[in-house]
Design a protein around this ligand. Structure first.
Ligand code: UDP
Length: 330
């Protein structure tokens, strides 16, 4: 029988790419998603269960029906700006959802978890190259909610033998190189898709959130990783869980940072179109620089990013924009 992986947030950007990779690896990905930020149209690679993570009754039904051997937990609210305006929403959805999920897993004897954490758990680290041992001092409710879930996972490991791989993501970008799925947010808040909206004339200009940071050109520096490389790490993490059991944290970065100005320049180069920008005020909750190595993921999991160059990420995202209809019909 095929092994079933429950994919929370499987209708979202990263979750849908994960489902494709999971199916290709010979598992059945069952998507569980409330469609608050995801799209039913992006669930193309396995069954779909629409539901709320905080609804224990519904989760019990889903676990009883599909008997997953592992869970990949992507479902979360993830916008720093919104988290700063409405922290309670983030604590409730992210932490509340994870509490119910972990309790349900344990009660159904499903003890393998791959969890999407974030570099936002680190806070502002003064530009040091981050790694798994860097202390975590989040500066926004999004990062704080994710760190709390990491702590909860450790507790469930101690008390119930929950095995886990925690991935701390950096900035995920790009899209399926075969252009079956992509990144669709309403409203769009992420830098690269916004730049592509400007390039295609759907948006007048991009506002750069602050040019007075202590970085060479004054704009924030981020570490961008291709979504295909990221989901590849998840399959390696799943294999590690099945083979080794235990709990590990891995940072998934490219060791290279790009400033907002640099990303804009590359997007103009890749699309061959002008991208108008203006300097605006800082966005609350932004760190000046977040860049990370991936030595542990390479050493332990054998992770080798293949498409995580800025040019390929923008190219792949651009191709999907031009060939896939936006699920909202826009
Ligand atoms: N950014 C920007 N203008 C925008 C959107 C993003 O200047 O319209 C900057 C943002 O401040 C950050 C970087 O681009 O430094 C990446 O932001 P994004 O929201 O894509 O990802 P995040 O870093 O929040 O995960």
């Amino acid at each position: 029988t095929q092994r079933t992986i429950l994919v929370t947030g499987g209708a979202g950007y990263i979750g849908s790419h994960a489902c494709k990779a999971i199916q290709r690896a010979g598992y059945t990905p069952v998507t569980f998603d409330n469609l608050e930020t995801g799209w039913a149209e992006m669930v193309k690679f396995g069954p779909f269960e629409q539901g709320e993570l905080r609804d224990r009754v519904q989760l019990d039904e889903v676990f009883a029906r599909w008997k997953p051997t592992a869970v990949m937990h992507f479902a979360a609210l993830s916008q720093i700006g919104e988290a700063t305006r409405d922290p309670g929403k983030y604590w409730s959805a992210n932490v509340g959802g994870a509490v119910t999920l972990l309790q349900t897993m344990v009660d159904h004897g499903c003890l393998n978890l791959v969890f999407s954490s974030t570099c936002a758990t680190y806070g502002d680290k003064d530009g040091v190259l981050l790694d798994e041992d860097t202390p975590q001092h989040p500066i926004n409710a999004y990062g704080a909610s994710k760190r709390a879930i990491e702590d909860m996972i450790a507790d469930f490991g101690q008390s119930f033998g929950l095995n886990s791989v925690i991935f701390r993501y950096f900035n995920v970008a790009g899209a399926d190189p075969e252009a079956e799925i992509g990144e669709f947010h309403i409203p769009e808040t992420h830098l690269i898709p916004i730049l592509l909206e400007v390039a295609s004339g759907e948006r007048e200009k991009v506002t750069i959130f602050g040019a007075d940071y202590p970085t060479p050109d004054g704009t924030c520096i981020r570490d961008y990783v291709h979504v295909s490389d990221l989901v590849e790490a998840h399959l390696l993490g799943l294999a590690w869980l099945e083979a080794s059991k235990g709990s590990r944290v891995f940072c998934l970065g490219s060791s290279q940072g790009f400033s907002v100005h640099e990303v804009i320049a590359k997007a103009q180069e890749v699309t061959g179109l002008p991208i108008r920008s203006e300097i605006g005020p800082r966005r609350g909750g932004d760190a000046a620089k977040l860049v990370c190595g991936s030595a542990a993921a390479t050493r332990v999991l054998g992770w080798q990013p293949k498409r995580s160059t800025l040019a390929l990420m923008i190219e792949d995202a651009w191709r999907v924009r031009q060939s896939v209809r936006h699920p909202a019909g826009a």
